[in-house]
Design a protein around this ligand. Structure first.
Ligand code: ADP
Ligand code: MG
Length: 469
C-alpha cells in the first residue's frame, strides 16, 4: 500500500522534495484502514502535516478507500544519532481535521440528531468541538518583550473569561508573530480550567463562509443561535470580514449578545483597529471596548529562546554560533524562523551531516531574500532628512525649528527601533544629544503615532522606505 502511495506522491511533487520528505519514511503497519508510518522526528511530522497532508490524504484514499487514516510514529533521534524507537504516536487527525473539515453549526429543524462530527450530543445542551490545536499552549509560547503585554492579557482572560475588562481582547500584529498560537492557548487553558465552558475557535474566513451558506439555506437564525450559546468565542483574523456587510451585521449581533451576557470574545487581526478598513464603525468601536494588545517582531533574545525551545522539544542540539547565525538573519517572522530550523534539522538528519555554518547559510538563504546589509544610523538620517526635505546638517544641528525637531525625533525613534545601537551612541550621532533625550523622543513619537493620523502616516511611509533599502 505504502509503495503505491509513494509512487503517487512521487508523480506529484518535485524530486528534491520527494527525496527529502518521503524517502526517509518507513511504513510500519496497516490496521484496518489505518496506515502507520514512521518518521524521523517531530519536526518531520509537522512538516508533512503542514505541506503534504492533502496529497497524502488523496493517495491513501486511493489505496485504502474512504475513511483511510494515517498514524505517525516518531522515531526520536538525538543529536548523536542514537535511535530511541517509537516514543510518540500522533494520529494525523490531530491537525488535519481542523484544516480540512468545516464545522457545520447544527440546524435545529433539519438535524435534530446532530450527526455532525464536530457536534457531539451532550448531557446538557450541546458539546461543541472547540477546534483547538493542542500544540498551541501557553507553555509553548515563549515570552519576550515583543509579546509580554499580549501574553499576560491572554493569560488573564484565560483565567477569568468574561470576568476581566479585556472584553473583547484583540490581539494584533503581522504575519507569523503568534496571534493564532495565543488565541488557541487561551481556548485550551479555559477548557482546562473550566471544563463546563463552551469554547469555540473559528477563523473569520470560515465564519464568513458559514454565514453565506446559512443564508442560502435559510438558516440564518440557527447560525446566530449557535454562536450565541458559546461562553468563549475566538475569531481569528477578524480583518477578513472587511467589506462584507452581511457578515459584519451578523457578527455585530452575535458580539452584542455575548458581550451583554458576560461571555468572552477574543479577536485577532493583522492590524490595529484604527488601521482597519471597510469595517463598520459600530464594530470598530466595539473592538476597542476591551484591550488591544500588539504582538511585535521578536527581538534577538526572544528569537534565540524560541529556537532553543524547538530544538529541546525535538531532542536536537545545535552549536551556539549556528543558533546565533540563524537568529540574527531571520528576524521578521517566527513562522519563518521555525521553518528554517526545521529544514536545517531535516537536512542534517538525512544527509547524516552535522549542522555546520555552511549548511545554515544555504538554508537561511531560502528564507531571507537578499542578505542585506543592516541599516545604519547614516541610512536612517539620510532617509528621514530626505523625506522631510531637510538637510542632514540641519537634522544634526541644535535647531529648534518645529519641522526639524520633529524629523530629528523620528530619526531617533527609527534608530532605536531598527539598529542595535545604544541610546547613547544614537544621541551622539544625531545632534549631540544624551541618551535621555533619545528616550524622550522615542516616547513622543510613539504617543503621537497613536493620537495623530497624519503623524502615523509619516511613520508608515518611512517604514516602507526602510524596508525598501
Ligand atoms: P500568526 O497567527 O500571527 O500569523 P502563528 O500564531 O501562526 O502566527 O505563529 C507562527 C508560528 O510561530 C507558530 O508555529 C507558532 O507556534 C510560532 N510562535 C509564534 N510566537 C511564538 C512564541 N512566542 N513562542 C513560541 N512559538 C511561537
Ligand atoms: Mg494566524
Amino acid at each position: 500500500v505504502w509503495d503505491n502511495c509513494l509512487t503517487f506522491v512521487k508523480d506529484n511533487i518535485s524530486d528534491q522534495a520527494y527525496k527529502t520528505w518521503f524517502q526517509p519514511i518507513n511504513a510500519v503497519k496497516l490496521n484496518d484502514n489505518a496506515l502507520s508510518i514512521q518518521v524521523p522526528s517531530k519536526f518531520f511530522y509537522e512538516w508533512l502535516e503542514e505541506h503534504y497532508v492533502d496529497l497524502l490524504k488523496v493517495a491513501l484514499t486511493k489505496e485504502i478507500g474512504k475513511g483511510a487514516k494515517l498514524v505517525y510514529v516518531i522515531r526520536m533521534e538525538n543529536a548523536k544519532g542514537n535511535r530511541q524507537p517509537f516514543t510518540e504516536k500522533i494520529p494525523s487527525t490531530q491537525r488535519s481535521n481542523v484544516n480540512s473539515q468545516s464545522i457545520d453549526f447544527p440546524s435545529r429543524q433539519k438535524n435534530p440528531e446532530l450527526r455532525n462530527p464536530f457536534v457531539i450530543p451532550g448531557i446538557r445542551n450541546l458539546k461543541i468541538d472547540s477546534q483547538l490545536n493542542s500544540n498551541y499552549t501557553f507553555d509553548n509560547f515563549l515570552e519576550g518583550t515583543s509579546n509580554r503585554l499580549a501574553r499576560s492579557a491572554s493569560l488573564a482572560v484565560a483565567n477569568k473569561p468574561g470576568g476581566t475588562s479585556f472584553n473583547p481582547l484583540l490581539i494584533f500584529g503581522g504575519v507569523g508573530l503568534g496571534k493564532t498560537h495565543l488565541a488557541h492557548a487561551i481556548g485550551l487553558q479555559v477548557k482546562d480550567k473550566f471544563p463546563d465552558k463552551t469554547v469555540l475557535y473559528i477563523s473569520a474566513d470560515k465564519f464568513t463562509q458559514q454565514h453565506i451558506d446559512a443564508v442560502s439555506k435559510n438558516n440564518r437564525n440557527d447560525f446566530i443561535h449557535f454562536y450565541q450559546i458559546v461562553d468563549v468565542l475566538i475569531v481569528d483574523d477578524i480583518q477578513l470580514i472587511s467589506g462584507k456587510k452581511g457578515t459584519q451585521d451578523v457578527f455585530f449581533h452575535i458580539f452584542n449578545h455575548l458581550h451583554q451576557n458576560g461571555k468572552q470574545v477574543i479577536l485577532t487581526s493583522d492590524k490595529a483597529p484604527v488601521d482597519m478598513q471597510d469595517i463598520q464603525q459600530r464594530l470598530l468601536s466595539r473592538f476597542k471596548w476591551g484591550l488591544s494588545a500588539e504582538l511585535a517582531q521578536p527581538d534577538f533574545e526572544t528569537r534565540i529562546k524560541i529556537i532553543k525551545n524547538k530544538l529541546y522539544n525535538d531532542g536536537v542540539e545545535m552549536a551556539d554560533e549556528i543558533l546565533d547565525y540563524v537568529a540574527s538573519r531571520i528576524t521578521a517572522n517566527i513562522r519563518e524562523l521555525e521553518g528554517a530550523i526545521i529544514s536545517l534539522i531535516a537536512h542534517s538528519t538525512f544527509s547524516k551531516k552535522e549542522i555546520t555554518i555552511d549548511l545554515a547559510e544555504q538554508i537561511v538563504k531560502n528564507y531571507v531574500k537578499n542578505n542585506k546589509k543592516p541599516i545604519s544610523l547614516d541610512d536612517i538620517q539620510n532617509v528621514v532628512s530626505d523625506y522631510f526635505h531637510i538637510e542632514i546638517e540641519e537634522l544634526q544641528s541644535k535647531s529648534r525649528k518645529r519641522n526639524v525637531v520633529q524629523a530629528r525625533q523620528i530619526a531617533m525613534y527609527f534608530a532605536k527601533e531598527i539598529t542595535k545601537t545604544s541610546l547613547t551612541s544614537i544621541g551622539r550621532h544625531i545632534g549631540q544629544r544624551d541618551h535621555s533625550t533619545v528616550l524622550h523622543s522615542c516616547k513622543i513619537v510613539s504617543n503621537l503615532q497613536e493620537s495623530d493620523k497624519q503623524y502615523r502616516k509619516f511613520i508608515q511611509d518611512l517604514e516602507i522606505k526602510f524596508k525598501q533599502l
